[in-house]
Write a protein that binds this ligand. Structure first.
Ligand SMILES: Cc1cc2nc3c(=O)[nH]c(=O)nc-3n(C[C@H](O)[C@H](O)[C@H](O)COP(=O)(O)O)c2cc1C
Length: 445
């Protein structure tokens, strides 16, 4: 299939993207603690021929959250390893933080997942913007964004060198000669940078995809620069087609400026959706979710996701002027500041209007209408596909797989079967050349 095709990634978040999801789905409230929940989501995603599952992660949780909703942030690589064993095709993208981890360790963990899944692993590179995580790793506070992104650049560079430590032909497996692997084809990274020193090779050959796929979601200048240099998939949050198109153009330009082929960077804006067989049914389903939300959760969550400590602000006042005059710590906070300047109401009231993260595209309607929206964004160059944020899991994902997918297939813009085996195959991405073997400039790594 040579025509440009849509790609879909699904964010697997608990019982669904909406905070009320666990209270309306038929499964018991502890179902998210069991592997079967994730396997069912994966099976539905494969039924819809999706490119990938995506597990977000922050290594830490603000205590207020546990009262309101399940947040079982299991270790995403461990969880996806279990899912890998029980699925065939779906890509498996786990989030890994460059602020807290060590590059050699993370390189090994993702390469292991790539082997266990026969080439279906992807790494969502994040710098982690939530302060709560810092204190779990012996830091008083998060490093500032420019330091986090500088560290991220170096971190990814080391990881790629570690992944390239074995030439593709280094495994020999000759019983006659008694040679399992060719030592002459190893290239220890011997990396000495500003922040990391990493000496040795991995204890196993280059993984099936060469490099697990790299994804990225940060939208600040540092995030865009990192994406331009390395990301093959970008998770975006853009509420309008115009903003989506401008953002995609910016990311493609960043990739070109880094010497890469812009077609090797797929931009997948998030879409939070409620589908119904009629518009009225979809609206009722959405109203059912919204009618039971906690206003306490809303304002606390918005501050938390913006990178602030919710206990330090009074929700019955507008955000303080000093805060609004300061530099927003994240791109989410920048959106919140924008709204807070426009509407000087108590923060509690402002937060009510954020049913999803600020800036996210939201949809409530029929499968026909969602297929239409998706096709419009795709054809206008505002998206290469979408990151699905189903409000309930696996239910709304099932509606998408069974009712939206056939409409996109009928338009000729979505696959009718998986054509390849690896995650790179699904996204139409090349297997990166080994930097130790290929002349500089060859390949897209
Ligand atoms: C769809 C989506 C998924 C994200 N997943 C994560 C995640 O799992 N962990 C994380 O720390 N940040 C996640 N983020 C946040 C960004 O990666 C980034 O850390 C945040 O936006 C702050 O950086 P920025 O100011 O460069 O945007 C996600 C963002 C989006 C839009």
């Amino acid at each position: 299939m040579s025509e440009r095709q849509l790609h879909f990634n699904v964010l697997v978040m608990d019982a669904g993207y909406h905070e009320s999801a666990w209270r309306v789905v038929p499964e018991p409230p502890d179902s998210v603690l069991h592997l079967e929940h994730y396997l069912e989501v994966a099976r539905v995603a494969e039924r819809g021929l999706l490119d990938s599952l995506f597990f977000a992660d922050v290594p830490g949780i603000a205590e207020f959250r546990v009262e309101h909703m399940p947040q079982p942030h299991f270790d995403p690589i461990d969880l996806l390893s279990a899912v890998a064993a029980r699925t065939e095709r779906i890509g498996l993208i786990a989030t890994g933080s460059t602020t807290f981890g060590a590059p050699w360790d993370l390189a090994r963990r993702f390469a292991t997942l790539d082997f266990l899944s026969d080439g279906r692993a992807g790494w969502n590179v994040v710098t982690t913007a939530l302060p709560v995580a810092a204190r779990n790793f012996g830091l008083e506070r998060l490093p500032d964004p420019s330091e986090r992104y500088a560290r991220a650049q170096e971190f990814v560079e080391v990881v790629q060198r570690v992944w390239d430590g074995w030439e593709d032909g280094a495994f020999v497996g000759s019983r006659e000669q008694g040679v399992w692997a060719d030592r002459g084809r190893l290239h220890a990274p011997r990396f000495r940078g500003e922040r990391f020193e990493v000496a040795g090779i991995l204890p196993f050959p280059r993984s099936p995809q060469g490099h697990p796929l790299l994804a990225q979601a940060g939208a600040s200048a540092g995030g865009i620069a990192l994406a331009g240099r390395y990301a093959e998939v970008v998770f975006a949050a853009k509420p309008t087609l115009e903003e989506g198109a401008a953002y995609r153009a910016e990311l493609r330009a960043a990739a070109a400026a880094a010497g890469r082929d812009p077609d090797h960077l797929h931009v997948l804006p998030g879409v939070a959706f409620v589908l119904g067989s009629t518009e009225a049914e979809a609206r009722e389903r959405r109203a059912a979710l919204e009618s039971i939300v906690s206003s306490e959760f809303r304002w606390r969550n918005l501050l938390n996701m913006s990178g602030f400590d919710p206990d330090l602000l009074d929700p019955d006042e507008p955000l303080p002027d000093e805060l609004l005059a300061s530099r927003p710590p994240t791109s989410v906070a920048a959106r919140v500041f924008e709204q807070a300047r426009a509407r000087r109401v108590p923060f509690r009231e402002l937060a009510e209007s954020f049913a999803v993260l600020p800036g996210q595209l939201e949809f409530t309607g029929t499968p026909e209408q969602l297929a239409e929206t998706i096709a419009r964004w795709f054809e206008a160059g505002a998206a290469d596909g979408f990151t699905l944020l189903p409000t309930t899991l696996p239910h709304q994902l099932g509606e998408f797989a069974d009712h939206v997918v056939p409409l996109l297939q009928a338009r000729g813009i979505y696959r009718r079967e998986y054509e390849g085996r690896t995650l790179r195959d699904h996204y139409g991405l090349p297997r990166p050349a080994n930097a130790n073997v290929a002349p500089v400039g060859v390949g897209d790594a």
